[in-house]
Design a protein around this ligand. Structure first.
Ligand SMILES: Nc1ncnc2c1ncn2[C@@H]1O[C@H](COP(=O)(O)OP(=O)(O)OP(=O)(O)O)[C@@H](O)[C@H]1O
Ligand SMILES: [Mg+2]
Length: 366
């Protein structure tokens, strides 16, 4: 009977250049609980351009993460990078069924994809009725190079796991964002007024990674704009290594612990935070000058920081001061419980790193 049928949860595994991030969630009623998680560093050179150069080695790291977490699940969801997929909104007649959409998708796809259709996996998601035309529905076409998917699946299998879902980073982030949306500070007390003027508050989700920063603009819980920028927190590690003449691993430790020479803050850290804030500002400028931005109609009310960069102490304040927008560090697990075996202080500390993995684990409950 459906009532008693319990869906077996799925592990969320983020295979990212700096580390494997793995998480298991459970749900009872509306409440989620973290059952297990682990972050296992990846050696240099295992990924290039966010692709796996050696699925075997990455598989070993996944296995270590799996053991470390104490989970017993073997079914897993992974994601390909947002910038590696091509997405297109395609309007289709509202009465089209899945099978009709499928047939039309492959025909449409050949127009949009710059490489042979045999080299890509195609998928689609029905977004709902078109706002412009009630006889149409909006369908999102998603295409990914086979290579990106196949190497990730190979790494999971190498680790003894079963790949059941291959998602896209941006959708995993959307999923996780939905959970923390309600806890975000409301736009400086005037949201009622701006709503009545027909303005709608947007959120900027900024994922500051090791080498790449992604800016996502969300309208409610939907991403409407993305932009990838080529900078990340590894730059700070390099600066520490050069300035203090220490190896990279040591510089990495110094960066995380904040235990560096007295002049570190004034010399490197504060200018670095300032640079990050300016770059986020540039990203926002791109959005404001894009087609998606309807002049004057939208405001970015809140900036939410995720990824390793979000862990730099005080970055939120620097961004808020420079851009004049309320800025917070994402803390998606604050409202969740956690199993006894989970180190809850490490979980809360590392939360910004676990957004993608968490969003993947949420697929269990779709
Ligand atoms: N406590 C910390 N303080 C400062 N930096 C940190 C901290 N913890 C992690 N980092 C840095 O964050 C980066 C990793 O962040 P993240 O895991 O979001 O990147 P990634 O997803 O692996 O890479 P990318 O998104 O660029 O592809 C590394 O540069 C790491 O040194
Ligand atoms: Mg990342």
């Amino acid at each position: 009977m459906a009532l008693f049928k319990r869906k077996e949860p799925i592990l969320g595994i983020d295979i990212s250049p700096s580390a494997i991030k793995l998480i298991e969630l459970s749900r009872s009623g509306q409440r989620f609980r973290v059952e297990a998680f682990a972050i296992e560093p990846l050696g240099e050179g295992m990924m290039e351009d966010r692709n796996l150069t050696d699925p075997g080695e990455v598989g070993e790291a996944i296995k270590r993460a799996w053991r470390k977490s104490g989970t017993r699940l073997r079914r897993a969801a992974v994601a390909v990078p947002t910038s590696s997929v091509i997405t297109r909104a395609v309007p289709m007649p509202a009465d089209f069924k899945e099978s009709d959409i499928e047939v039309n998708m492959s025909i449409e796809a050949s127009q949009y994809i710059p490489y042979p259709v045999e080299e890509v996996y195609l998928d689609f998601e029905v977004k709902g009725p078109s706002q412009a035309n009630s006889e149409m529905q909006d369908v999102m076409l998603v295409a990914s190079r086979r290579e990106n998917v196949d190497t990730r699946e190979a790494a999971l299998k190498e680790a003894g796991l079963v790949p059941v879902i291959v998602d896209v980073e941006v959708y995993a982030l959307e999923n996780m964002f939905r959970l923390l949306m309600d806890s975000l500070p409301k736009a400086s007390g005037e949201s009622g007024v701006s709503l009545s003027k027909g303005r709608e508050g947007l959120t900027a989700l900024v994922d500051i990674g090791a080498t790449i920063t992604n800016l996502y603009i969300l309208q409610q819980d939907r991403v409407i704009f993305t932009r990838e920028q080529g900078f990340g927190v590894d730059q700070l590690t390099v600066q520490i290594a050069e300035s203090y003449g220490v190896p990279r691993e040591q510089a990495e430790q110094m960066k995380r612990s904040g235990q560096v020479a007295d002049d570190f803050s004034a010399m490197l850290l504060e200018p670095f935070k300032q640079m990050l804030a300016e770059q986020i500002g540039h990203g926002l400028q791109f959005f404001f000058s894009s087609d998606q931005y309807v002049s004057g109609r939208y405001n970015v009310d809140t900036i939410v920081l995720v990824g390793g960069g979000a862990m730099i102490m005080g970055l939120d304040r620097v961004v808020a001061d420079l851009l004049g927008i309320t800025t917070v560090v994402a803390s998606p697990f604050k409202s969740m419980g956690s199993a006894v075996k989970v180190n809850s202080s490490a979980l809360l500390r590392d939360a910004p790193l676990l957004m993608v993995a968490g969003g993947l684990a949420l697929r269990s409950f779709d």
